[in-house]
Ligand binder design. Sequence first.
Ligand SMILES: Nc1ncnc2c1ncn2[C@@H]1O[C@H](COP(=O)(O)OP(=O)(O)OP(=O)(O)O)[C@@H](O)[C@H]1O
Ligand SMILES: [Mg+2]
Length: 236
Amino acid sequence: MAAQGIRIEGLKKRYGSGDTAVDALKGVDMEVAPGEVVGLVGPSGSGKSTLLKCLGAVIDPSAGRMTLGDAVIYDQGWKARDLRALRRDKIGFVFQAPYLIPFLDVTDNVALLPMLAGVPNAEARKRALELLTALDVQHRAKAMPSQLSGGEQQRVAIARGLVNRPPVILADEPTAPLDSKRAMAVIRILNDMAKKYETAIIVVTHDEKILPTFKRIYHIRDGVTHEEAGEGRGFD
Ligand SMILES: Nc1ncnc2c1ncn2[C@@H]1O[C@H](COP(=O)(O)OP(=O)(O)OP(=O)(O)O)[C@@H](O)[C@H]1O
Ligand SMILES: [Mg+2]
């Protein structure tokens, strides 16, 4: 799949209307190159999840512009013709709560997306197992989601977000329930993906352990973003 950077310009999001309206995003600018992993930090309620949901076409922005590669997907209204296809083919999500499918085992939770995209079942399961192994949950491959710990569920959800090798990955606190060794492994995998497939990746995090790994970090406060250089350290 062709590499696609992210460009966000003047993005606004208002929830509700009238007296109870909340202006969650007031003009966000952000750019992520193909192959780049950027951090997104800010206080609780500052609009981090709102920004990822707008970019992932889970909710409608109120104004602004968003581009993936050469394609304008939003410009004062959705320009992408098929938002379901956009979500399915372009975006890998890793959300705060894992949302695994309760009646599918771990392998099938991960293999389902490539199967739906037409990858033969055996190949889809092989890809799923490779990722589960990289994330150190391969021993739970036949378990049902309800039988997993919170951290195991999160790692399965991460595998599911990456398995289709989407050009864009949006991760909302992906390492929150993980110990520092596993958190670092997740960040290493995201960086490997970025390099290997030219994926553009945004990681929302409060995690002090992983913050020093980013080369660039966006801070969001009161609905606007400021860019800062990060330390760009390694992953060990
Ligand atoms: N569906 C909604 N309806 C109304 N207001 C909302 C809705 N979702 C979020 N908000 C408000 O928008 C603002 C931004 O919320 P958002 O979830 O994006 O914050 P966040 O930065 O992800 O916070 P956290 O670190 O706690 O996850 C908050 O004031 C929140 O209360
Ligand atoms: Mg959030």
